[in-house]
Design a protein around this ligand. Sequence first.
Ligand code: B12
Ligand code: SF4
Ligand code: SF4
Length: 310
Amino acid sequence: MSISECSGAIKEEALRLGFADCGFSKAELLPEDATRLQEWLSSGYHARMGYMAKHFEKRTDPTKLVEGARSVISVLYNYYTDKKQKDPEAPVISTYAFGRDYHLVMREKMNLLFDFIKSLHPDAEGRVFVDSAPVLDRTWAKRSGLGWIGKNSNLISRKAGSFVFIGEIILNLEFDYNQVPEGDYCGSCKLCVEACPTKAILDNRTLNSERCISYQTIENRGEISQELEGKLSNRVFGCDICQDVCPWNRKAFRHTEPDFEPLSDLLDMTANEWSHLNKDRYRELFTDSPVERAGFKKLKSNIAFLRKKA
Ligand code: B12
Ligand code: SF4
Ligand code: SF4
């Protein structure tokens, strides 16, 4: 099988497995991204995500992360849904956290894809990543031709919009690499920048995490910055505002992943029920959900923080 036939067969299998898109890049050092990442870190825009400052060399060069790496296969997995929480007063949970944790869901599918690759090439060796190691997911998806980096810093696919997760297989084979850099389809639009309630979006397509609601409600283990009191737009876990306003997400189509389906109890929860969330209810609603990253205590403290505005 030629390199081109093999690449085509892998892409076809990825789509059959339910990925929204799949593309290939050469595994190599990313000098421009290294500069951008270094500037971001030096400015402290990673806030207290100390892990972002670690493994800089591996993060900017996959050949340092995976021995013998020659290629990066990037995949996108759609998680868009138009389902919404019913009570307009209820604290809002980000769409990506409605169902089962994407790390678990995608890893299963990506392992199947890797098995398929091994069936074509028994000498294939590498690793599967779903936001599980120092890898610049968006950069690789962009290089693999799957989309561009929008002003809100998200990878936007022309086919599927930005409500897509990104994963990679980094491995020792060569493929038909994407040669056509994706254009920039933001144009003069600034809707996300204007809509961000905390002004977290910087003018170089990165974020100041300290100001981002997603950081404050998920990653920040301490108290939410007082400066943001009354500015969280009722977001209790994550934030989709800069994606909801993006015109490219008008093209988004509903995911077909049963594991991402929200529990009807979650969508039905009233503001009052959120206020009285106890540990048992938390377990019923959020076991194996991305919300476990924050944990019960943090979720409760987010709910309390939102109530301060009242
Ligand atoms: C740290 C992190 C966060 C932080 C910081 C976010 C940020 N923008 O950096 C916080 C907690 C705020 C966060 C929030 C969210 N996150 Co997050 N996060 C990550 C993580 C772990 C690392 C991102 C990172 O490296 N940041 C550092 C900055 C400097 O890198 P970057 O933004 O990726 O930018 C690089 C490239 O885009 C490129 N680049 C930037 N601008 C330009 C311009 C040009 C011209 C070029 C060529 C290149 C380029 O250079 C940069 C670095 O070199 C990734 C997973 C991963 N391993 O990559 C997920 C990831 C980015 N997150 C994801 C998601 C889903 C979210 C949320 C939507 C969750 C939510 N609903 O609350 C929000 C979105 C907020 C937003 N607008 O970005 C997805 C994004 C999918 C997508 N379509 O883009 C990822 C990829 C996880 C995944 N595997 O699917 N996240
Ligand atoms: S996720 Fe929310 S707070 Fe963060 S940049 Fe987007 S709109 Fe702003
Ligand atoms: S809202 Fe506009 S500027 Fe922001 S990412 Fe979407 S197209 Fe680009």
